[in-house]
Design a protein around this ligand. Structure first.
Ligand SMILES: Nc1ncnc2c1ncn2[C@@H]1O[C@H](COP(=O)(O)OP(=O)(O)OP(=O)(O)O)[C@@H](O)[C@H]1O
Length: 261
């Protein structure tokens, strides 16, 4: 579904040339996979999502989704951010309908689809509310309903639950897994800092290291539903922490490796 082929991406850095964030990155994500990306802060996780979304372009290399090179954002890919970006002047229903309307779907079909997705995300009672009246968890549910309504092939999630309290986070994780089973076949690329979240959700976990190199690529074979505190999950979490610990000192070194623009 998603193929990175020798993708490199750099950014300008303090007027001193450019710093390479992802360097010659190659990997692929099969259709339907739930891939979690872990890695130290600044290693390029969000950059990787932005490239798939088409918000950024590679400096070199190619990135394709369904065998088509990504050259711009498109309705086949949708992103959920850490802070849900809802329109404050629109109701919950209107927020979910907004993206559908832009796809040229008729108003009545939009409404039907939006209501369906608000129902499956547990928000049927809140369709007429404005975002300011919702809890953080409810706002994030609206954001998820909005992207699921678009029925994307690829769902990109950038620490979507990290700003929520632990109970809400765990509930939304369970809801996401349930939605995935019942309503969406999307391929999911999910960035997180939480080893618990990765161990609970992922079919596969990639740990990015310096310059976005793939430090580890781990298949998680435990079936769903998983126990959060089973021996298997705890063992995986310990392993992930060990791998991340091995990487934690490598990111500052990149700052010394500036190259001329
Ligand atoms: N548009 C940009 N212009 C300049 N530098 C950028 C830009 N976007 C990202 N960067 C830099 O690229 C590096 C990687 O950023 P990115 O957000 O991808 O990392 P991350 O792994 O998601 O970090 P975190 O875990 O802290 O969210 C950072 O040093 C960041 O400052």
């Amino acid at each position: 579904m998603i193929v990175f082929d020798k993708v490199t991406r750099s950014f300008p850095h303090n007027g001193q040339g450019r710093v390479t964030i992802l360097d010659n990155l190659s990997f692929s994500v099969p259709r339907g996979e739930f891939l979690c990306i872990l890695g130290p802060s600044g290693c390029g996780k969000t950059t990787l999502l932005n490239l798939i979304a088409g918000f950024l372009m590679p400096d070199s290399g190619t990135l394709s989704v369904r065998n088509t090179a990504v050259t711009a954002p498109g309705p086949d890919r949708a992103m959920v951010f850490q802070e849900p970006t809802l329109f404050p002047w629109l109701t919950v229903l209107q927020n979910v309908m907004f993206g559908l309307r832009r796809q040229g779907i008729t108003r009545s079909s939009c409404r039907k689809q939006a209501l369906h997705h608000l129902e499956i995300t547990g928000l049927a009672h809140a369709v007429g509310e404005y975002p300011f009246a919702l809890s953080g968890g409810m706002r994030q549910r609206v954001a998820i309903a909005r992207v699921l309504a678009l029925n994307p092939d690829v769902l990109l999630m950038d620490e979507p639950f990290s700003a929520l309290d632990a109970n809400t986070r765990e509930r939304l994780q369970d809801e996401l897994l349930a939605l995935r089973t019942t309503h969406s076949r999307a391929t999911i690329v999910y960035v997180t800092h939480s080893v618990s979240e990765a161990a609970y959700l992922a079919d596969r976990i990639i740990i990015l290291g310096d310059r976005g190199n793939i430090a580890r690529d781990i298949s998680v074979t435990a079936p769903h539903p998983r126990e959060r505190s089973s021996a298997e999950t705890l063992e995986l979490k310990t392993l992930l922490r060990t791998y991340l610990g091995e990487l934690c000192s490598c990111i500052p070194s990149r700052r010394k490796q500036l190259r001329p623009s």
